[in-house]
Design a protein. Structure first.
Length: 191
């Protein structure tokens, strides 16, 4: 059994989708590949989103339902790092043939992936909230643990070593090292 056959066997079948009616190639790829992949990796998608929300949890939990749905859409539209993580997670499960189709139509299919993932997360907003609330007690500190004592004296800033290529101080003659960055100055500038 090849890798592609194994990948295809792991995918769930969605009986409501009629692949014969899909007329546009993007629509066919969406129904044959993207929908089953999003369904298969729904739990991972939710975990990735919850992990991303970890720092903004209180603001998301306190927001109204409409604001939460807007926030989900904003994160998936504007946060390039999270978008690429989500798209890369799904691309990893493509067969070689699907990768060939994706490589030719990547930007259009990326838009479809993001819009489908956005709708999927928005419809599961209640479950997202319950999972976020489950994580809240685990993340908070127990009241028995005292806060660490802070030093009254401010810390001295650590010296910053400036790499040789950042120093723009002109060097008039050949010297052992630049006064500012310590790099060897063999040129007019130690760049």
């Amino acid at each position: 059994m090849t890798k592609d056959e194994t990948i295809l066997q792991l995918r769930p079948e969605i009986p409501q989708i009629d692949l014969q009616r899909s007329q546009h190639p993007h629509e066919h790829f969406q129904n044959a590949t993207l929908r089953p992949l999003l369904k298969q990796h729904n739990d991972l998608l939710m975990r990735l989103f919850i992990h991303h929300l970890d720092k903004q949890r209180s603001a998301f939990v306190r927001a109204s339902a409409l604001q939460q749905e807007e926030k989900i859409g904003q994160i998936l539209q504007r946060n390039q790092g999270f978008r690429q993580l989500l798209i890369g997670t799904l691309i990893a499960w493509f067969t070689e043939e699907e990768w060939g189709v994706y490589s030719l139509q990547g930007s259009a299919l990326n838009r479809r992936i993001i819009s489908m993932a956005t709708r999927r997360l928005q419809t599961q907003r209640v479950e997202l909230l319950s999972r976020l609330r489950e994580l809240s007690p685990a993340k908070s500190k127990s009241p028995e643990t005292p806060a660490p004592a802070r030093s009254r004296r401010p810390r001295e800033p650590e010296p910053v070593a400036i790499p040789l290529w950042y120093c723009k101080i002109p060097i008039r003659r050949r010297v052992e090292a630049c006064v500012r960055c310590g790099g060897a100055g063999e040129k007019t500038y130690c760049v």
